[in-house]
Design a binder for this molecule. Structure first.
Ligand SMILES: C[S@@+](CC[C@H](N)C(=O)[O-])C[C@H]1O[C@@H](n2cnc3c(N)ncnc32)[C@H](O)[C@@H]1O
Length: 406
């Protein structure tokens, strides 16, 4: 075990925070309507996905699909006043809780500014450094959510922490490592591999495997890692953080050695039910438009899965042997299948651990008042706990190899 502090690779502040106005009332519409998977079944069924909130095609089923195109969601955002004007007991709560510098370089030495967090309504966010804009809080409460999400991602991969055919890696990189929980698991699994986890917030633990180190680095600036030096680059859950995914994956391509793998995990914020149990005006259904509209406002998309950006950006960067796994994730303990139920319980638990930390930044960008946020959260919690809404969302893992000849 080593006592390590994150090293900083960040440069001088050059904030570009989103200040755009709300787009409430916009219709979130994506192309290529998906095909629903039928009735409750094991998580391994293959399907063309459907994600059209409020449109029923078949009873819900969560699981994986080996191939996919894109995901469609059509929900109109309600104005924030909706929540404070709606009767408090509007949601169908039956009390049945499920569970409960500059653009040239990204390198600089650590600065105390990194620890000077921005604050919104008492919750802290990353410092105003580099070109980074991250929508989640960076305090302990949110870290707890991220760790629950890590468990959820792992359950969705049948206990694995990656999908690419990684063999005896010597050097690996985890971009936007968060609490570093994935990087620690990976470093434990491959003790002979030098693992680096980067983030804009120094929220990683001090005691970590000896082959792991954390660095403070804004991944939206040109990467300063030695070209061709990594065997594996892992990127998970950076939706809403990246303005240009094509440039982002080009940096990963450069950093990888020939034959090295890039792996990207993302989730759609758009939720749906396959059995008409999710009215578009429900607080749960409004989760998607909130992030989609907020993402547009800050110039960082949340529709990475919906628009198949992972594959497209990998193809354009030059990756080959690209494969993907589309996973239909239930939220809540409603599925009959025990494995899906477990996944659903953890999906709900991850959100419920810190709903505020997930939505505070985006709702603020969209002009919501504190009261509107609070009331919305109350509605959301009630709906989630009712288990009446058979909520699902899409998660996608895409991995590709840098050609041996590159
Ligand atoms: C939703 S969390 C995911 C954490 C981790 N990848 C996981 O799956 O457990 C997103 C993380 O990306 C980090 N992040 C956001 N923008 C970033 C940037 N420009 N450069 C590096 N990290 C960034 C955030 O600070 C946060 O820790």
């Amino acid at each position: 075990m080593a006592d390590k502090q994150p090293e900083s690779k960040l440069s001088a502040p050059a904030s570009e925070k989103g200040e755009a106005s709300a787009t409430a009332g916009a219709t979130v519409q994506h192309s290529e309507p998906p095909a629903a998977t039928p009735a409750p079944a094991p998580a391994t069924a293959e399907a063309e996905p459907t994600a059209t909130t409020g449109e029923s095609s078949a009873p819900p089923q969560a699981g994986t699909a080996a191939t996919t195109t894109s995901v469609t969601a059509t929900v109109t955002a309600l104005p924030p006043e909706h929540w404070t004007e709606a009767p408090a007991g509007d949601s169908d709560d039956d009390g049945d809780s499920a569970l409960g510098e500059d653009a040239l370089s990204s390198t600089a030495s650590i600065s105390s500014t990194i620890l000077k967090y921005r604050t919104i309504h008492g919750r802290t966010f990353h410092s105003e450094i580099g070109n980074a804009t991250y929508w989640g809080t960076n305090d302990e409460r949110h870290s707890e959510s991220l760790d629950v999400l890590h468990h959820l991602f792992t359950l969705c991969l049948d206990g694995e922490i990656y999908a690419a055919p990684v063999k005896d890696p010597k050097k690996a990189l985890d971009i936007g490592t968060g609490t570093g929980i994935w990087a620690m698991d990976f470093a434990d699994k491959w003790p002979g591999c030098e693992v680096i986890g980067t983030d804009i917030s120094p929220i990683q633990p001090t005691w970590v495997p000896p082959n792991l180190k954390f660095e403070i680095d804004d991944c939206t600036q040109p990467w300063t890692f030695e070209a061709g030096s990594f065997d594996y680059v892992h990127i998970r859950y950076l939706q809403g953080c990246i303005a240009d995914w094509y440039a982002f994956f080009r940096e990963a391509y450069k950093a990888l050695a020939p034959g090295g793998w890039l792996e990207s995990h993302e989730a759609s914020p758009n939720v749906f039910s396959d059995d008409d149990t999710l009215p578009p005006t429900s607080a749960i259904a409004q989760w998607g438009p909130l992030f989609v509209d907020g993402g547009k406002a800050i110039g960082r998309s949340f529709t990475i899965v919906d628009e198949d950006i992972q594959r497209k950006a990998m193809e354009e960067a030059g990756f080959v042997d690209i494969q993907e796994k589309l996973i239909k994730v239930p939220s809540g303990g409603w599925p009959a299948d025990p494995k899906q139920r477990e996944i659903g319980i953890f999906a709900q638990h991850a959100i419920e651990t810190d709903v505020e930390g997930f939505i505070l930044f985006m709702t603020t960008v969209l002009g919501w008042s504190r009261e509107q946020v609070t009331v919305y959260i109350a509605h959301l919690r009630r709906e989630l706990r009712s288990l009446k809404h058979h909520v699902c969302y899409w998660q996608k893992v895409v991995w590709g190899r840098k050609p041996e000849t590159a």
